[in-house]
Design a protein around this ligand. Sequence first.
Ligand code: BGC
Length: 383
Amino acid sequence: MKKLNSTFPIALSLIWALTSCNGNNEDKKQDTGSPDTIKAGISRTDWGEFDGKKVYLFRLTNTKGSEVKISNYGGTVTSFVTGDRAGGKSDIIIGFDSLNNYLRKPPYFGALIGRYGNRIGNARFKLDGKEYKLAANDGKNTLHGGLKGFDKVVWDATVMNDSLPSLTLNYVSKDGEEGYPGNLKGTVQYTLTEDNELKIEYNAETDKATPVNLTNHSYFNLTGDVNNTILNHTLMIDADNYTPVDGTLIPSGEIKTVKGTPFDFITAKAIGKDFDSVKGGYDHNWVLNSKGGSLQKVAVLSDSLSGRSLEVYTTEPGLQFYTGNFLDGKFNNHDGKPINLHTALCLETQHFPDSPNKPGFPSTILKPGEKYHSETVYKVVVN
Ligand code: BGC
């Protein structure tokens, strides 16, 4: 991977212009001017500003006609347009076309999640004999990094001089931010391949031991139309076990078989098939048979209307399958249609929720000198 030479004029244009503006970001002008082409397969549009930093929307395209849009606000994937069986195209990811909508704090649509994806029970954990207190932003628990997680910060963006369209985002989370110990340097690279794969690579380093669990929170509806429920999609998850949860969605610490339960997706089935027997809908962590470590196919989501399938590959040991149980029509998708209950779902690759308090779960502690590395690929296939 080579960075664009700094004498290259387009690379220069990527150096952020820091502004002295502050105040109500909701009122900031949304510059949705014409895109600048950075290199083949990548263009960039000014999208406004937040926290005194410029926000951009990057558009990555491949020669197969697919496109992905990503903002450096929250490292958010705002759109993933792909073909369907009938030769049409649509957006299979929930998202918005303006920064202002993201500032209304939607439920993590498309965003990067950190420092810790999913919940930590009672918003606290002990590490090396010391107790750390986090923000309780989900009842008494902490969710997705706290009040201002990695989804609500502006990342520094660099376009790499790779053969494929690829965007690298950097964020330094300060020691004590949201209660977590250590300065954590996080790097996330998004790449769109010629095989219609959105590849996400996460790297991080710290100067004090800290929990780290990074993921992406894209919501999918493979029909491309949120008027269609995702309960008709079929899903396979290659996991013999899952982690049962309490009423506040904190795992009990047990690892239970999916056999004979509604959590059995070993053989692909309609999501709606056993849905009514899961109180509140699916919002659980599956313990992947791949166990993590190497990139393996762990799930396949399919939609018979469009002919699209989404294959999920990851190096992570867990997968949070969430059926949009809290979607309530408050936000409208790109096309103006309300995003209602069960009209989009998430397949979040991760370590297990509440691992810092669950000694039996794979560790999420990153120590100084170690390198955090994780990869996930979302591949769209048309049948
Ligand atoms: C969680 C849900 C939560 C959602 C937020 C998912 O990862 O598991 O419980 O409501 O994110 O949108």
